[in-house]
Design a protein around this ligand. Structure first.
Ligand code: ATP
Ligand code: MG
Length: 287
């Protein structure tokens, strides 16, 4: 039956395409994504993947064409669809900012009162300005927002920024951050039946992959008298594994450490007498 599959929409081509496909592949879901394809059926998981423009994804989910999708929080917030944000995915990070030409003397938000602001995010911007009590003239345009001030159609812009280099090239500087965004797995509210079950299975895999991405497996040799001290540096999932080495007086310790403070921990381990430190990537981490 057709509905025995979960239909998931991802961006066809753009910043979220590659990481979205990569995430599904890391979940061991195999599918073709040949150029020009609009949909693809996974071989070994009950999933159908739809490749769409990111702006269209929320509406397709709400209309039932797809059950779930991967989009930026910015797209969810701008859309009128009430979807359920199921899981933050940690990629596609950016922020929605107000930016002004370098010559614009910006001190506070009220400097934008009465000004023309170009954006592809009129709803978010309007809500933000209304909350701050600033009345500006919002110009809704669908692309190339960053050139609006230089061609004279706006005094300021509200657009997505990650490194800020696009702003710089266009003679703009950031004035305010309106929202932070990252990619999110979102689903139709009230999803039930097989689709809901498949979504839970997919979510389980996504969480395992993302937990693994944030952690490393570490193996090291330590003199026995240092075990207690070194254990304190390695909390592990439950507690570290300690095994005797073939030569007397030494043990091998295995543990899982967070990717974030990984170099810090390795330095402390070395200082505490650890030797032969091996650090290995983890494919999946089932919690
Ligand atoms: P589509 O053709 O699918 O409508 P698009 O041009 O609207 O594509 P992209 O530029 O590919 O969209 O951006 C997709 C998403 O990537 C954004 O909605 C946002 O969530 C995220 N993103 C991350 N960094 C940036 C950035 N620097 N600029 C724009 N979007 C970014
Ligand atoms: Mg778009």
């Amino acid at each position: 039956m057709q509905d025995q599959r979960l239909k998931i929409a991802i961006q066809k081509s753009g910043r979220l395409s590659e990481p979205s496909i990569g995430l599904l592949r890391k979940c061991d879901i195999a599918f073709d994504n040949g150029a020009g394809k609009l949909r693809s059926t996974a071989y070994d998981f009950p999933l159908e993947i739809l490749f769409l423009r990111d702006d269209d994804i929320p509406q397709y989910i709400e209309d039932g064409v797809a059950d779930a999708g991967i989009v930026g929080q910015n797209i969810l917030a701008e859309s009128d669809c009430r979807l359920e944000p199921v899981e933050m995915l940690g990629f596609g990070r950016c922020r929605l900012c107000l930016a002004v030409p370098r010559g614009f003397e910006y001190r506070t938000l009220t400097d934008l009162a009465g000004k023309r602001i170009a954006t592809s995010y009129p709803k978010i911007l309007n809500t933000f300005l209304a909350k701050k009590g600033v009345d500006a003239d919002i110009h809704s345009i669908s692309g190339s927002v960053e050139i609006a001030p230089s061609i004279g159609v706006a005094d300021a812009i509200c657009d997505l920024v990650s490194s800020g280099s696009t702003l710089l090239t266009n003679g703009l500087r950031e004035a305010e951050t309106i929202m932070e965004s990252e990619a999110v797995l979102a689903a139709r509210r009230g999803l039930d039946g097989p689709a809901k079950q498949i979504l839970s299975r997919l979510l389980f895999r996504i969480r395992s992959v993302n937990a693994a991405r944030d952690n490393k497996y570490i193996l090291l040799n330590v003199p026995n008298e240092k075990i207690a001290e070194i254990q304190k540096l390695l909390p592990g999932m439950k507690s570290p594994t300690v095994m005797p080495l073939a030569i007397g007086g030494w043990s091998s310790i295995h543990s899982v450490i967070s990717e974030h403070d990984f170099w810090n921990v390795v330095e402390q381990l070395k200082a505490a007498g650890a030797e032969g430190i091996l650090v290995v990537s983890i494919d999946q981490m089932i919690l």
